[in-house]
Design a binder for this molecule. Structure first.
Ligand code: ADP
Ligand code: MG
Ligand code: MG
Length: 252
């Protein structure tokens, strides 16, 4: 069993107007096999939290700690974090011109596991994962995310997750912009890896819709760089009815 522990995390970014604090003390503990949903209005710092966990250089950690089984994650490079079992599905996946999906996946797998995957097994694994995500095998020869639709980009993120087999995945609005069919396929992918690998999931979302397919054990409401309220999945149901107004008006 693994534990990802975030304590009193403070993160700021450099802007033209100077340094701006975005995360103002976040506490969060995720264990293997747990699904945590982070819900909150736009601009509340959800993606900042995701990037801070993944180690994006633009986000300066000014206080607090992130540990994985007691190891200091903040001391690790982006590569080391991936090797340690952390995975981020980005809200806005980036295009990588000149790099095919196939090459990207094999390179990432080699980097994360420390050795090149056995080719025959690997080819089968990729095909199976793409099949499960209803992705056309022809995507393997396309450049990563280049000309992909929103839904195709999100499927491609989940494809990486299926093949890299992380111990913790941060999914940043993987649901946004998906139609119902794509949402179901992507959710099934998350549930599959969750079941098979005891994946711990940090599911960042603005909407409750995805929580009909992926059942959270815990829900955290994120407002203005902090967790404003915590609960079980019933909290998500309440948010669906009430929205975030209550939290915004309270000025938390
Ligand atoms: P969320 O994902 O909850 O919508 P973000 O983490 O993306 O929120 O953003 C939190 C706040 O930080 C917002 O006010 C946003 O404008 C600001 N912010 C985030 N990234 C940047 C950036 N690279 N440059 C300037 N402001 C940023
Ligand atoms: Mg579970
Ligand atoms: Mg965001």
């Amino acid at each position: 069993m693994s534990v990802l522990e975030i304590k009193d995390l403070k993160v700021s970014i450099d802007t033209d107007a100077g340094e701006k604090e975005i995360l103002k003390g976040v506490d969060l503990t995720i264990k293997s096999g747990e699904i945590h949903a982070i819900m909150g209005p736009n601009g509340s710092g959800k993606s900042t939290l995701a990037y801070a966990i993944a180690g994006h250089p633009r986000y300066n950690v000014t206080g607090g700690t992130i540990t994985l089984d007691g190891e200091d994650v903040l001391e690790m490079s982006v590569d080391e974090r991936a090797k340690a079992g952390l995975f981020l599905a980005m809200q806005y996946p980036v295009e990588i011109p000149g790099v095919t999906v196939s090459n990207f996946l094999r390179t990432a797998k080699t980097a994360v596991s420390g050795e090149a995957p056995k080719i025959r097994q690997w080819v089968g694994d990729v095909r199976e994962a793409m099949d499960a995500l209803r992705m056309d095998p022809a995507f393997q020869e396309r450049n990563v995310n280049e000309g992909f639709s929103g839904g195709e980009k999100k499927r491609n993120e989940i494809l990486q997750m299926e093949l890299l087999k992380p111990s913790f995945a941060v999914l940043d609005e993987t649901d946004s912009g998906l139609d119902v069919d794509a949402l179901r396929v992507v959710s099934e992918g998350v549930n599959r890896v969750h079941e098979a690998n005891d994946l711990g999931v940090l599911l960042i979302t603005h909407y409750t819709r995805i929580l009909r397919y992926i059942e959270p054990d815990f829900v955290h409401v994120f407002v203005d760089g902090r967790v404003a309220e915590r609960g079980g999945k019933d909290l998500a149901v309440r948010l669906e009815d009430e929205g975030y107004d209550r939290f915004l008006k309270a000025g938390v």
